[in-house]
Design a protein around this ligand. Structure first.
Ligand code: AKB
Length: 324
């Protein structure tokens, strides 16, 4: 296969799921890096002028996706479409169908030479109740107990299979909970760590759907985007793991996050009403080891919890009058 072109108007990157939490930040960063026309964003919603170069696409429309890739000269594809953990528990069939079928469509396109490089995200949800709780290693027991987690672990194994059998250049990371201000997450178990900021600025109070001591691995979006682009730009031989890399930055509990917010925003209070998402969170590790990602392609998160809280509050404050 001929080498990759630098992303350009003629060979744009395609980001599917571009209006979601990761896609919103990723498209902006990629456009700053390569130019506005070098990135096609795409999602289910009809075009709006502020989306820039955009194509409306359904992740399950294989023919539509193939037509866009061929017509536009796409070589690199970020596939960011999934039903997250909490939503997939409510709609197991839909979660399995969307998460798996959309991945197979992308893998087949790559296998048939229509794509040169593919990014597909996995998650800490690929681990399960019998995985080590702290510093969960890259290779260990994996027994996910959610539909989302099962789809991620299965997807990882299929990525590895397509790489070994067909030479597909697929790259993946296991994201922890992601915290960002530009777009909100939807349907995840770690969503509390974003909701809490909006509620802090609106009412100075938050009722958390996880208990105070539920420690989970988390990461600020700036670090997640940096590592996503890093793994996609790494020379092929440096990407030695083709299932998915553990990715980590910080780990905290709702009580610890609330204490830091209260330190920076006096008067903030939290209470707890755990719901069905508590059981999901209890099946995940509380911290993971990302040695392999650091060693192989230079994953290097910058944000600790205090810097992340400062940055979130600063960026969200203008949205809420009472928070000024
Ligand atoms: C979720 O909570 O489902 C996601 C994830 C950890 O993959 N944020």
């Amino acid at each position: 296969m001929s080498p990759l072109h630098t992303p350009s108007k003629e060979h744009p990157i395609l980001v599917l799921g571009s209006l979601g939490q990761i896609g919103t930040d990723l498209v902006e960063t990629l456009r700053n890096r390569y130019g506005a026309e070098a990135v096609i964003s795409s999602d289910k919603k009809p075009l709006r002028p502020e989306y820039g170069r955009y194509i409306q696409l359904d992740a399950l429309d294989a023919a539509g996706l193939e037509a866009v890739i061929e017509r536009e000269g796409v070589e690199q594809f970020y596939h960011l479409v999934a039903l997250l953990s909490a939503t997939a528990e409510k709609f197991p069939d839909r979660g399995w169908d969307l998460n798996m079928r959309s991945l197979f469509i992308a893998l087949e396109l790559a296998k048939n030479g229509k794509l040169k490089r593919l990014f597909w995200p996995s998650s800490i949800a690929a681990f399960g109740p019998n995985s080590p709780k702290t510093d969960c290693p890259q290779y260990t027991v994996m027994d996910p107990s959610t539909v989302y987690g099962i789809s991620k672990l299965s997807g990882e194994l299929w990525c590895d299979y397509y790489h070994r059998q067909y030479g597909v250049d697929v790259r993946s990371v296991r994201y922890p909970g992601l915290i960002s201000w530009k777009a909100e997450p939807g349907g995840g178990t770690t969503d509390y760590a974003v909701e809490i900021f909006h509620e802090a600025l609106k009412t100075n109070h938050y009722t958390c759907f996880l208990g105070p001591d539920t420690r989970l691995p988390m990461m600020y979006m700036d670090d997640a985007i940096d590592s996503t682009i890093r793994i996609m730009e790494a020379p092929s031989e440096q990407v030695r793991i083709r299932t998915s890399y553990n990715l980590s930055a910080i780990a905290f509990t709702p009580a610890e996050l609330a204490a830091e917010i209260a330190r920076q925003r006096p008067g903030f209070a939290i209470d707890y009403r755990p719901d069905f998402r508590q059981q999901i969170a209890d099946g995940w590790p509380s911290s993971i080891s990302d040695e392999a990602a650091r060693r192989d392609w230079g994953h290097k998160p910058r944000f600790g919890m205090a810097e992340m809280v400062t940055d979130m509050l600063e960026h969200l404050r203008p949205r809420y009058r009472s928070g000024i």
